[in-house]
Design a protein around this ligand. Structure first.
Ligand SMILES: [Zn+2]
Length: 332
């Protein structure tokens, strides 16, 4: 809920946003997303930390609503949902890919209307700025507008194709440094095409060491293949039994700033491919993993609910995985 102290005048707000090239027509600051559930929406069983705007938003960028996501949340008992890649900056840089995406101003207005039920993350393009200082300034502005994190960091080139950016490339390090300056968590898509690492996750480990103050959230095939110790090459959805010594578990164990979300086919496959070991992984890392779906605009990923609604785990572990860890790690 907003309090007087965190409201700024409309004029001042517009002035600040103009500095970022963002001008909201009817500007107010977001309600602060401070701690937990407000009375304006149901408490819910889950907090989904990984959701994207769907096709509807791309098809009709001038006339869209968040209703499909809210309805999906009500149906599945989801209290709050993190919308990744909600604000892509600079906007022109991304619209050059030919994707019809709503402009940031109208998106921010729609998020505001959900009173903190939808929690947007932003992405600043890795190639668009030369200095940590510039990126920090942009992120500071977004933070003031209520955005709560950075991601999904899934680097693409100017044509919109996979960017093949090493996870520890200097260009990526600059983004992490800026996130450290504004206390944003970073969620990324780790594989061999986007945020690139190799079996054993050596680049991820270097990043964890270099930025101990940033909370990093692993996701996608590269991360989740690494639940097993026998990875030679990242691939889609391995069905083999999990062998010991996986890099994912080791990094979660050794680094307080390493986390992961359970979203997407990659997350669900990792936990279900070898059910006993998968359940053990959830118990062992019960303070480090967060429920997520990777659904689009309130569509898909029913299998996540089918699985987690029926999982046999102690109630306190379910509470951590389904929502409490997200509150703590994302500071919401
Ligand atoms: Zn995603």
């Amino acid at each position: 809920m907003s309090t007087k102290s965190n409201l700024i005048s409309r004029r001042e707000f517009n002035r600040r946003m103009a500095g970022l090239g963002i001008g909201l027509a009817s500007a107010t600051v977001f309600p602060s997303f401070s701690h937990g559930i407000t009375e304006s929406y149901p408490a819910g069983k889950y907090l989904d930390v990984h959701h994207h705007l769907g096709k509807e938003f791309q098809a009709d960028p001038d006339n869209f609503s968040m209703d499909s996501i809210i309805q999906w949340m009500d149906l599945h008992s989801v209290s709050q949902t993190v919308i990744l890649s909600a604000i892509l900056y600079p906007f022109d840089y991304y619209s050059a890919y030919g994707r019809g995406i709503p402009d940031p101003d109208s998106l921010l207005e729609k998020f505001q209307e959900t009173n903190g039920r939808l929690l947007p993350f932003c992405v600043v393009h890795h190639d668009a700025f030369d200095t940590e200082k510039e990126i920090t300034k942009i992120l500071k502005g977004f933070k003031k507008q209520g955005l709560i994190g950075f991601g999904e960091l899934k680097p693409r080139d100017k044509a919109g194709e996979a960017g093949n950016m090493a996870l520890d490339d200097p260009v990526m390090m600059r983004l992490y440094a800026a996130c450290a300056n504004v206390d944003f968590p970073v969620l990324f898509h780790i594989d061999n095409r986007f945020a690139v690492d190799t079996p054993g996750l050596p680049a991820m480990e270097r990043v964890l060491k270099e930025f101990p103050e940033v909370n990093f959230i692993g996701h996608a095939n590269g991360w989740w293949n690494s639940i097993s110790g026998d990875v030679k090459k990242f691939k889609g959805y391995p069905k083999e039994k999990i062998t010991s010594g996986g890099a994912a578990g080791r990094l979660l164990d050794e680094y307080p700033n390493m986390y992961a979300d359970l979203s997407a086919g990659s997350g669900l496959n990792a936990i279900t491919r070898d059910p006993e070991i998968g359940r053990e992984f959830l118990l062992t890392h019960a303070d480090k993993l967060m429920f997520g779906t990777d659904a689009l605009g309130g569509e898909g990923r029913e299998s996540h609910f089918e699985f987690y609604n029926n999982i046999d785990l102690p109630e306190d572990v379910k509470a951590k995985l389904f929502r409490d860890n997200a509150h703590r790690i994302l500071k919401i």
